[in-house]
Design a protein around this ligand. Sequence first.
Ligand code: ADP
Ligand code: MG
Length: 698
Amino acid sequence: MNVRSDRPKGKKPPLTLATELTFLKGAGPAVAMKLKPLGLERVGDLLLHLPTRYEDRRRILPIAEVRNGEEALVCGRVVSTEVRFGAKRWLRVVIDDGRSSMVLRFFHFNEVQKAALVENRWVRAFGTGRITPNGAEMVHPEYRVADSAAELPPEDRLTPIYGLTTGITQTRVRALIQQALAVAQADPDFTADFPGLGGPATLAALRTLHEPDGRDLGDLLLDRHPAQIRLVREELLAHQLCMRLLRKQTKAAPGARIEAVLAATAQLQGRLPFVMTGAQRRVIGDIAHDLSAGKPMLRLIQGDVGSGKTVVAAAAMLGCAQVGLQSVLMAPTELLVEQHARTLAAWLNPLRVEVGLLLGKMKKSERDEALRRAASGEVKVWVGTHALFQGDMAFKRLAMIVVDEQHRFGVGQRLALRDKGPAGVTPHQLIMSATPIPRTLAQTIYADLDVSVIDELPPGRTPVQTVVVSNERRHDVLLRIGEACRQGRQAYWVCTLIEENSELQAQAAEETYRQLREELPELRVGLVHGRLKPAEKEAQMRAFQSGATQLLVATTVIEVGVDVPNASIMIIDNAERLGLSQLHQLRGRVGRGATASQCLLMYQGPLGEGSKARLEVMRTTTDGFVIAQKDLELRGPGELLGRRQTGLIGLKIADPVRDSALIPPLQKLADDWWLKTPKEARRMIARWIGDAERYAQV
Ligand code: ADP
Ligand code: MG
């Protein structure tokens, strides 16, 4: 492998697990840049980048036995190599193993590759076989070239396959991981085992996974090899240790002592058009207790969609404002922020409390004014998007941070916000989760938080009736909406696209909007999507809220939190494309008033098994906790949390649902370790989480 000359110059430091991986052979800056999105920056990161699967290249298959669609390792002599010109330029290499021949096709190739694949050399290729009328072939196999077959023996171990980004080959990653394993081997800190954990020691376990021999193959593929279990337990333990450390450090800092929450709640109640539920009062009681303790609050509020979390936050924020302290409410979308600002203003302005707003898209002059009013402390209650924690925002006396819809905020973002308090005081944290999650999962993800549950819906709600209908009955659906709107009801029409691309989503919504206006000419139709200007979006929402529009065509931007009680029908187009939690969130937009509401899940058949199961769950229950549990069963937690969102918990190999039985004993072990062997505890955190120490310093 060639050594890049453009890597940092100067004396080479001794390699450790903390060294940047550019110091490894074969990892220049270009490679490092491609590895970064995988979370691979240091030598130690490579160790924990485990294979996603294994391939068996331990036997060379005669070409004659290659089967269509199956992976195979073949070896043959090159009989011809030529560049062909079809729709695209491609390289055609024919190899022969003495009995039959096979075509290898390469659509991406360079001159070096072409020059190596010359007649009479030998090629060992691994790929998926295809049987065509013209014989066997492989497209883009992984291959090696040598001058004789003897130099290309089959592997004696299983071949690990890693998750990659484009531009990085398996071979390259394997070579880097081999170097990382050697560095770990030489690190006494890494080879010293932790007592009492059971199973193979860490390094031995990692070797088993990175360089598996043929034994225990079945267990390995089923994720229940002792080496895997050992690593999973280590990771879960590290996570528990880290969360405990964060909590301990936060709780050790002083927090503003606020004793005004219960009195504020009574005042707020006097202004509300409804009576708070017992559950809301109980949760406010928990918060009042936390805020008066003189230590930073760390509390999670779990409550199903529509359970009334906003008023709970409002009571706490009012309590802060009344003793001259500031608080902020953060929400994931501008739409939701604007709505929260309106709601809070309606409740708090009559109590002479002003509400400040901070959006990413604000004009410079507006933003400067908001910054000034936050820094001077004159506005106590703030609502905003992530713009709230961008560099220049400073608060005079920030005492509490409320995070709405937590699943979109990572731990890192929460910690950044914590920084915004005045020196020496750690703000209280109130996290409101919209997605109910099963208990075991909550224990893993929110191990550092106290939990309150709003387990009661406001009275007078009639459960939403859910119907699953095929696209083919669109005409009936239209008749039904027309009829309902004539009776004074309002409806959402939600357009879905698989792509996250907001441009395409907006286009789809505009198209539906145009079509629906033609099909239902007597209705007043509105449109809201992520590409509208904030002012337009706001105008559209206002029009719908006031009843000026009857049917609102929307993308999934309305998924979180939007509140229009008179809307009692929702149509979700292509509902089969959405996951359960997203469907539940969407459906939560209706069923908020006294009218019995309907949700029509329209699908484009034929339905796959998974989609069928999801729609059936939606049809039969409206309980968010039941849906969350089903979601886990049907999809697995990786998808539930979004693998990309694991920044939230940062688990690399453990799976909080699959491994839930392992968690309770580890919680106890984590307590023991902090008590008896704090040094080991820190070592374990450093090994698995690394950054935790930095987080913990915040
Ligand atoms: P979520 O928990 O989903 O954030 P919201 O705070 O948006 O729920 O509340 C949903 C709706 O229920 C809002 O219109 C809110 O004003 C109303 N609401 C909240 N609490 C009560 C209550 N105790 N009685 C009646 N309506 C309530
Ligand atoms: Mg809400």
